[in-house]
Design a protein around this ligand. Sequence first.
Ligand SMILES: Cc1cc2nc3c(=O)[nH]c(=O)nc-3n(C[C@H](O)[C@H](O)[C@H](O)COP(=O)(O)OP(=O)(O)OC[C@H]3O[C@@H](n4cnc5c(N)ncnc54)[C@H](O)[C@@H]3O)c2cc1C
Ligand code: FES
Length: 252
Amino acid sequence: MIEKDGIVESVEELQTDIFILKVKAPQIAVLAKPGEFCNIKVSDSIFPFLRRPFSICDVEDDVITFQFNLVGEGTKLLSQKKKGDTINIIGTLGVGFNLLGNYENALIVAGGIGAAPFPFLIKNISEKKNIISFVGGRSKKDIIKYKLKNIIASTDDGSEGFHGNVVELLDSEIHKYDSANTKIFACGPNPMLRALSKYSIERGFACEISTESVMACGFGICQGCNIEGKDFDRFLLVCKDGPVFKAEDVIL
Ligand SMILES: Cc1cc2nc3c(=O)[nH]c(=O)nc-3n(C[C@H](O)[C@H](O)[C@H](O)COP(=O)(O)OP(=O)(O)OC[C@H]3O[C@@H](n4cnc5c(N)ncnc54)[C@H](O)[C@@H]3O)c2cc1C
Ligand code: FES
C-alpha cells in the first residue's frame, strides 16, 4: 500500500451517471490485483474530508481505470476532473478475488455498479476458463456491460433480458453448470449478495463476494467498516480482511 499522486488521463460518462476515470499512477498500477481497491482523495481542499473507496476496474500499463456511479458530493467532484489534474490515491488496498483453483466455469454475478471490478478479473483469469457474466440492474439503463464477457442481462422491470433479479437469472441458467467445476465471483448491493450467498451455499457452489461498507481510513485503523464473520472470534474489517470474502465466511 502506498500513497501517490496520479495524473488524470480521461473522465468519460459511459452511460447515465456512470463514469470511467483513467488515472496514470505507475507505482500503484503495478501492485494491483483483481478485487482490490483504492482510497481516493476527491478534492484538493480539506472537504470532503474522507477519501472515497473505489474498486480497481482495469489496469493498462501504468494507467488504472475506475468505474463509478454518481451518488453524492465525492463522486460529483470526481466526475468533474479534467485531463492533467492530479488525484491523490492510496492503494492498493484490501484482499481481492482468489482466481486459483481447478474450476472450469467462472460465473460473474454483478448488480449495478457491482460490475466495476470484473474487467480486471476477466483480464487476469486463465484463458482456459469459461467466463459468463450475469449482469443485473433495476432497468435497462442500469445494466453496465463495460469490458465484460459473454453477458446475460436481467432487469427488475423486464426492459432488457431476463425479467427478474440477477440471482433469479443465475438460477434459470445454473442447470448448465456442475458445482464441482464452477466458481462464482460476485459484487453488488448487500441484499443481492445475501441472497446469492444463501443460494450458492445451499447448492454447493464456491462463491466469493465483494462487499461494501462506508469507510474512513481504508486500511484497518478506524474499525469503521466491520462486518460479522461466521466462526471468527472477532468482527472482520471490509477494508482489510475483505472486501472480498468467501460467501460462507460472512453474515450480511
Ligand atoms: C471496497 C469498496 C469499493 C467500492 N467500489 C466502488 C466502485 O468501483 N464504483 C462505485 O461507484 N462505487 C464504489 N464504492 C462505493 C463508493 O465508495 C461510494 O459510492 C462513494 O464513496 C460515494 O461517495 P460520494 O461522496 O459521492 O457520496 P456520499 O455523499 O458519501 O454518499 C451518497 C450516498 O451513498 C451512500 N454511500 C456512501 N458510501 C457508500 C458505500 N461505501 N456503500 C454504500 N453506500 C454508500 C451514502 O450513505 C449516501 O446515501 C465502493 C465502496 C467500497 C467500500
Ligand atoms: S475503513 Fe477504517 S478500519 Fe476499515
